[in-house]
Ligand binder design. Structure first.
Ligand code: FAD
Ligand code: FO1
Length: 449
């Protein structure tokens, strides 16, 4: 495989022992470069390849909804792993202790993990690297062009990242090699989602949603449906919240139940280089990978210090502007603002686990408008998005919120109250774009359920 997908976290001589993949972000067996690399190494060294997943008891305020989705997906992943005779072990607790202990127990020779730009994951990796004495590799199994290879700095905007990605795509957008069964070594006990859900500490009031079904098989079905029923109108209808013309793949991408590279390969296979394909691949590749670039190179991706200087200055200049409405977190959470459109979007997220992409921008910008300051606005938006959206606590979420509230990857616009030079969105604009009454009727009633 292309070795530029690999980052060395600990350089030390290999020694005999199982090759272990600590799976975290890319929770699938097929189309996974970390699995491919692990199996290659295992074959070369004539050692078993083993996968371990560490389930933490809490993770960035994730709720029952998220853990349920993840564990149901992992159950399927484990079954698939065992089909290839790859032992798949689930550990419960703190990865900083569990992973080194597991490696010692099975006398591992090499540790591999998947790439993730989030601070908490980098902290875990750093601590684990200090605690082990075997080589440690990180494979970017999430992006088509590896984040650490595509650019060595935080990109200014999509227009600066796009040419870099496009230049490198021919080298990285390749078909995945077929993985072979390894000989049978041993199996670990089966994952039992219900039992595990009872052992973790999460908010159980936010329940699973019926329309977003977990797992790699459902991810593939969603992709097939998108290609056969929606792609031909994606460009025209994706920004209309009354039509479900987005792919709905973000929950699966977030948990790595499907690979973005597989999606791109299937779309490319259609050979229809029209505006629909182009705009979908722009979102899937350029925009999504730009979010990883932002979070990787900007540790302040979740606070105001991550904004451009012009945005910080402009928001500061307007910090004392009078706000016509201000709401508490509780009022936002309960969809109790004066505006039905905003309340409907909030209810869509709370009840359906996913808000339409156009409304996400509107929703976050109104939080900026209706809170005392941008720091609070950003915190509240992250809290609500991460609590209810199945695809929350993802680089795309932190970046989307930083774009809406802090102009990240955007340019300065005409100066106006409260927003300063941050791009503004209002009710009239939404009304011109789509039938807001229909959207309100479809979503606000969810409050009554
Ligand atoms: P599609 O339109 O079908 O797009 C396909 C894929 O392209 C998406 O799954 C996603 O991976 C990528 N993509 C699409 N739009 C964007 C974008 N603007 N930026 C980066 N990647 C994109 N996305 C999340 O995955 N998780 C989040 O928590 C999240 N929070 C957001 C919060 C705000 C305030 C904003 C403005 C955007 C947020 N986004 C988030 C980005 C975007 O809205 C979603 O990725 C998209 O709506 C997901 O739906 P889909 O898969 O049906 O999208
Ligand atoms: N990663 C893990 O390695 N272990 C977990 O227990 C875990 C829980 C979890 C819950 C919700 C969620 O949204 C993500 C979770 N992740 C977990 C991490 C995830 O796989 C991603 O790596 C990051 O959230 C985004 O890159």
């Amino acid at each position: 495989m292309n070795k530029n997908r690999i980052n060395i976290l600990k350089k030390i001589n290999h020694r005999d022992g199982p090759i272990v993949y600590w799976m975290s972000r890319d929770q699938r067996i097929e189309d996974n470069w970390a699995v491919i690399f692990g199996l290659e190494l295992a074959k070369e060294k004539n050692q078993p390849f083993v996968i371990v997943f560490n389930l933490v008891k809490s993770f960035l305020d994730a709720t029952y909804r998220h853990f349920h989705f993840m564990l149901m997906g992992l159950k399927e992943t484990q079954l698939k792993s065992h089909e290839y005779n790859i032992p798949f072990k689930l550990l419960l607790g703190n990865p900083i202790e569990n992973i080194p202990e597991f490696l010692r127990k099975i006398k591992a020779g090499v540790l591999i993990t998947d790439f993730d730009p989030l601070k908490i994951k980098r902290y875990w990796k750093n601590k684990i690297s200090q605690a082990i004495d075997i080589p440690f590799y990180e494979v970017d199994a999430h992006n088509i062009v590896p984040t650490f290879y595509a650019s060595d700095k935080m990109e200014f905007a999509a227009y600066t990242y796009r040419p870099k990605i496009k230049k490198l795509l021919p080298y990285f957008l390749e078909e995945f090699p077929i993985i072979d069964n390894q000989k049978k070594y041993w199996d670990f006990e089966e994952i039992n989602p219900d039992e595990l859900l009872s052992q973790i500490k999460v908010d159980t009031t936010v329940r699973e949603v019926k329309d977003i079904k977990p797992g790699a098989t459902n991810a593939q079905l969603e992709l097939d449906y998108f290609i056969s029923h929606k792609l031909n109108k994606y460009n025209e209808l994706r920004n209309n919240p009354n039509y479900n013309y987005q792919s709905n793949l973000s929950p699966y991408l977030h948990f790595g139940q499907i690979s973005s590279q597989r999606i791109a390969l299937e779309i490319k296979k259609l050979n229809s280089e029209d505006a629909n394909t182009e705009s979908f691949l722009e979102e899937l590749i350029v925009r999504r990978e730009l979010s990883d670039n932002f979070c990787y190179y900007c540790p302040n991706y979740d606070n105001n210090l991550g904004f451009h200087e012009w945005a910080i200055k402009s928001l500061q200049e307007h910090s004392k502007d009078e706000r016509e409405f201000t709401y508490t977190l509780e009022q936002f959470e309960k969809a109790q603002t004066h505006e039905d459109l905003w309340n409907a979007a909030q209810m869509e997220m709370v009840q359906k686990g996913k808000m339409h992409g156009y409304m996400r921008m509107y929703w976050a910008k109104k939080i900026l408008e209706w809170t005392p300051n941008p720091e609070e606005a950003q915190k509240m938006a992250i809290y609500l998005n991460d609590k209810y959206s199945i695809d929350g606590r993802d680089p795309n979420g932190y970046t989307g919120i930083a774009w809406s509230i802090g102009g990240v990857h955007d340019r300065p616009w005409a100066d106006r109250p409260v927003f300063g030079k941050i791009r503004y969105m209002n009710l009239n604009g939404a009304q011109r774009k789509f039938d807001i009454v229909q959207y309100i009727n479809n979503n606000l009633y969810l409050k009554l359920i």
